[in-house]
Design a binder for this molecule. Structure first.
Ligand code: HGY
Ligand code: MN
Ligand code: MN
Length: 411
């Protein structure tokens, strides 16, 4: 389709800025952890925009929201979407760009008086980030039927609240059922910021995302013995804090030694009693390991888990491990990846293929329909950081690729 229709990038940037005011934090970022009051306010704003556009809005039992624009025929829709929950030091673009970009595509078609053959849908999924409640992509996992609703609702977060209680509290426990989506979505396209340094460093405007790397999230609970920092001889200590520190440095060592796509992060670490003169008797910490190759990811897990056991044993500290999330690498639909690449070129943008380092709802939707992602650059490769930024011209480019691909898929 060669017509010159383009999204209204300025309107999209205005909406990104407006949503970015909800849960705004110093430095231009946002904090809208899943199912908090800030998340509710963001949801209310986006649902309001959906209703203003005349979309048929449904909310399911885990709070996933889908707005549908009618097509000429009553067929399975082409779906766009992402998430609007954020991490605690979130940026304005992660997730939000994919949801608001989808709404912008619909508004552009409204302005042009175009009705596609298939209906078009824009979704935002509950708790994509997984920061407050694990696993990440919780909403889309339930949406496709891979995570039982009861299990999701019973999940306790890092602050002790449960998903079910918080979902009801913010008023987004909806009537629509979760699961049963085979054949109900024709294709899924997610516009998202790269969140890494590749596109900007190499001068590309569009990323044709080939797939998402494997993700392994573990929680370690270390149980030592609190004791007096001054009177306890070193040989008699059972210092949970020391074991945690050794696990952290070993995880980094494994990633450095393995190289390639291997990454390792200790993001959450709480120490008890966390006092200057008391040997720590309890640490809860997370280890995030990722790799594009499942065999290598398993090797990294094996090395880190074995080291942790050994270090705990040496110090006479108890250790238990819980899996918070585990996803194998996912490859997106090859034909769709090819179309993202070709359409970007037709629109005159420099494009390259690349894997996604971050997890996304698209990797979950891929289990029920052909799915793909369109990346746009992140300035300085920064994300999960208030300085996350993507330029208006890159947003325009990403939105135009999304518009053309979705029109092609929806006829
Ligand atoms: O952690 C991730 O990959 C995503 O931000 N949920
Ligand atoms: Mn995201
Ligand atoms: Mn994120």
């Amino acid at each position: 389709m060669q017509d010159g229709l383009r999204i209204d990038g300025e309107r999209l940037c205005r909406r990104i800025a407006e949503l970015g005011q909800v849960g705004a934090i110093a430095g231009g970022g946002v904090a809208r952890l899943a199912l908090t009051d800030e998340d509710r306010a963001g949801r209310d704003l986006v649902v309001g925009w959906m209703r203003e556009m005349g979309l048929a809005v449904t909310v399911d039992a885990l709070g996933n929201v889908v707005g549908v624009r009618r097509g000429r025929e009553d067929l399975a829709p082409v779906m766009m979407g992402s998430h609007i929950d954020t991490v605690r030091t979130g940026g304005r673009y992660d997730g939000n760009l994919g949801v608001l970009g989808g709404l912008e595509v619909l508004a552009t078609l409204d302005d042009a008086g175009i009705v596609t053959r298939r209906p078009l849908a824009v979704a935002f999924f509950t708790n994509e980030e997984g920061s407050r409640f694990q696993p990440d992509m919780m909403g889309s996992l339930a949406f496709v039927g891979e995570l039982p609703l009861e299990k999701a609702l019973a999940t306790a977060g890092i602050d002790g609240a449960t998903v079910g209680a918080e979902l009801a509290r913010i008023g987004y426990a909806g009537p629509a059922p979760v699961g049963g989506k085979k054949g109900k979505v024709h294709a899924y396209v997610e516009l998202h910021v790269e969140q890494g340094p590749v596109l900007e460093a190499e001068g590309f405007t569009i990323g044709a995302v080939e797939g998402v790397q494997g993700i392994s999230w573990s929680e370690f609970t270390l149980t030592g013995q609190s004791n007096h920092a001054g009177t306890t001889p070193m040989r008699l200590r059972h210092d949970a804090g020391l074991v945690a520190a050794r696990i952290t440095t070993f995880a980094r060592q494994v990633a450095t030694e393995m190289g390639g796509h291997q990454v390792a992060t200790v993001g959450l670490l709480t120490q008890f009693p966390n006092l200057v003169n008391v040997v720590a008797n309890r640490v809860v910490m997370t280890v995030d390991l990722r790799n594009t190759d499942e065999t290598l990811l398993k090797e990294a897990e094996r090395r880190v888990f074995a080291f942790a056991e050994g270090a705990a044993k040496e110090e006479g500290v108890g250790l238990s491990r819980r899996t918070l999330a585990r996803f194998e690498p996912v490859a997106f639909d090859a034909a769709l990846v090819g179309r993202v690449e070709a359409i970007a070129r037709e629109l005159g943008h420099e494009v390259r293929r690349l894997p996604s380092g971050a997890g996304h709802d698209a990797q979950i939707l891929a289990s029920v329909c052909p799915a793909c992602m369109v990346f746009v650059p992140s300035a300085k490769g920064v994300s999960h950081n208030v300085e996350e930024y993507t330029s208006p011209s890159d947003i325009q480019a990403g939105g135009d690729v999304l518009l053309r691909l979705v029109r092609e898929l929806a006829g």
